[in-house]
Design a binder for this molecule. Sequence first.
Ligand code: AMP
Ligand code: MG
Length: 336
Amino acid sequence: MRTEILRADDASIARAAQIIRSGGLVAFPTETVYGLGADALNADAVRKIFIAKDRPFDDPLIVHIAHVQQLALLARPIPERVWDLTERFWPGPLTLVLPKTDRVPEITTGGLDTVAVRAPAHPVARKLIEMSGCPIAAPSANRFGRPSPTTAQHVLEDLDGRIELILDDGPTPIGVESTVLDLTEDPPMVLRPGGVTLEALQEILGEVRLLSSSAREAAKRSPGTRYRHYAPRAQLLLAESGELEQIVRGLLKAGKQVGVMVRQSRLQCSPAPLVLSVIQMPLDLSEYAQRLFAALRELDAHGVDVIVVEKIEERGLGRAIMDRLRKASSGEQFRV
Ligand code: AMP
Ligand code: MG
């Protein structure tokens, strides 16, 4: 199959919608990362997503809708507090886990009796869902386990020859995936930190729990989290700022090609002259998130053996960033 990249405009979005309606796959931009979409209610179409990505069938997909009214088709019963959340955060990077209706095929939810739903804010994603006339199941458009794609080029790197069409609308603005919030429990639980911060959810909901990163607990609640994710080809090591230089020196001494991701403020004390590749990461957490996956892919392209990343503070978007870095690092592989 030949994979075409088209600039996202009305004509290419109409063509993409036609592919979705006829049971095919299309990669498209959302405000978080690029997604790989299929008609969420068509089990055969959804199966193709798992095959194209090499994704395990027990890792459930997020279903994307254009309007909050479409929620009733997918989820029942809908608890009252959903409306405060959708009012405040939709369209946007918040995914809600709710009891599913019979309309949602089991393959879409990885066999679970709950469904994850979000309304993306990106105009191309919204238009595609509207024109397709169906909810679109869409995980990130990368090969399973790889860093998520934040450009059309990243999608091509991973899925060339496996899908028909990629809609290109440049780099995605947020750069990390949505926050996944499980509303089937009380208090609600964040299964995956993401574009909407824990602090913002607490403002609306009061008490919110954060899924512990223990492998057993995570695997039970959110099957996808048991696998290694977001990983570059190089080994990834997380380092405290104070240890960074020593770790890099040790690796260089051992003959490794080393890549480093450090934030601007620390650059004077970084071992820049010694290492093969240094990427300066922004101090601002939103900008950091936006750059994160592209930086991992860039260091891979430089052919480094090891990527050393300076840890960042776990507040606000920093939680989502550290979650991705931990799962990408060899230290925590969530194998059960
Ligand atoms: P991706 O779309 O690749 O970002 O992955 C979606 C993630 O959302 C999965 O790996 C799960 O961890 C989570 N998820 C999707 N559906 C459910 C669900 N019904 N219950 C719990 N977690 C879910
Ligand atoms: Mg993913």
